[in-house]
Design a protein around this ligand. Structure first.
Ligand SMILES: Cc1cc2nc3c(=O)[nH]c(=O)nc-3n(C[C@H](O)[C@H](O)[C@H](O)COP(=O)(O)O)c2cc1C
Length: 331
């Protein structure tokens, strides 16, 4: 039996609508479902790659089926040991990491990690990276054949070894080259994750959209460093690393807002999201969904609290559908 609200929605074709408190009470829970590039999610809260392991690590702590989607640790074709320690350093309002994309490799992921992920109702994205375009393409082709993976997030913040180690995501041409190569080898929905370490983020966003991305996620970490003044040595074994956490939120929010103005595909906001209020800022700036990263290390239940906080906000404001707050920023 369809609710009156659903009947009204189907009759009018209205996707975004604000209703009175009475209407909200009629259906109690607001609709938090969103669509990101062809994948229907029950809510707009995803876990950010590299901060949620392969999800099983969090199974004891929360109900993984409540998440909008899970994005697992970045995968390469072969296993990778990552960078030398120390690999993390705390900073005011954030952290630096130089993990260096350590991971088990695609084969072990499929054999050891995927069987558990397949038991979940929550859609799972793999996050992929390669040392060159051919590696990205090969990963995409192999993942295309694997059941139980809803979509692929393409991390283009990695050094292109053939171009002197400059990140693929630093220039529109190299960013598009990776996306074109990946697009040609998979029919799975592609979310392309942008690097913030660029001059004009909108240029990169437009280039990956034109190359076939179904959605865009941003931002990855911002390159930084820290020094131990006693030893006069860098705090990270790799010297530089990626800054994440609340310190980067205003930059991430600005970039998300700029990208939303420049592309038609859905945008997923990432960067320093710790609370539902942070998430709501990104949604109002035009993000269709958000990812939670560093917050998972501080509060393993952060994602669930953010989901509940968004729902509470919608009910309090008398908004029946999360679509009623997305891209509603007035400037
Ligand atoms: C320890 C750590 C590991 C990460 N590993 C990956 C990774 O494997 N692939 C990737 O695309 N991003 C990775 N990231 C970046 C996050 O997914 C996210 O984009 C970034 O941390 C900003 O979000 P936050 O401020 O909420 O953490 C990593 C971040 C951290 C802190």
């Amino acid at each position: 039996m369809k609710t009156k609200v659903t009947q009204f929605r189907e009759k009018t074709g209205l996707g975004v609508w604000l209703v009175t408190k009475n209407a909200v009470n009629m259906n109690k829970k607001p609709n938090t479902g969103v669509d990101i590039g062809g994948i229907q999610l029950k809510n707009p809260v995803l876990t950010a790659s590299g901060t949620f392991g392969y999800a099983r690590e969090f199974d004891r702590l929360m109900d993984l089926n409540r998440l909008g989607a899970i994005i697992v640790k970045g995968l390469s074709l072969e296993p990778s040991k990552g960078n030398p320690p120390p690999r993390t350093a705390e900073t005011p309002c954030g952290m630096l990491n130089s993990i260096g994309l350590e991971n088990v490799g695609l084969k072990a992921f499929e054999k050891e990690k995927l069987p558990f992920l397949r038991t979940l109702e929550t859609p799972v994205f793999t996050n992929i990276y390669g040392k060159n375009t051919a590696e990205y393409a090969e990963l995409a082709a192999r993942i295309n054949e694997i059941e139980g993976i809803a979509g692929i997030e393409v991390n283009i913040s990695c050094p292109n070894v053939k171009k002197g180690g400059v990140a693929f995501g630093a220039f529109p041409e190299s960013a598009a080259e990776v996306v074109t190569a990946v697009r040609a080898r998979t029919v799975k929905p592609l979310m392309v994750k942008l690097s913030p370490n660029v001059t004009d983020i909108t240029e990169i966003a437009r280039s990956v959209e034109a190359a076939g991305a179904d959605s865009i996620s941003l931002i990855n970490t911002i390159t930084g460093m820290a020094i131990d003044i006693e030893t006069r040595r860098p705090k990270l074994g790799n010297v530089t690393g990626g800054l994440s956490g609340p310190a980067i939120k205003p930059i991430a929010l600005r970039m998300v807002w700029q990208v939303v103005q420049n592309v038609k595909i859905p945008v997923v906001g990432i960067g320093g999201i710790m609370t539902a209020e942070d998430a709501l800022e990104f949604l109002m700036a035009g993000a269709v969904a958000i990812q939670v990263g560093t917050a998972n290390f501080i509060n393993p239940n952060a994602t669930i609290e953010i989901i509940e906080g968004i729902e509470t906000f919608l009910v309090e404001k008398g908004i029946f559908d999360v679509a009623g707050i997305i891209n509603t920023l007035e400037v």
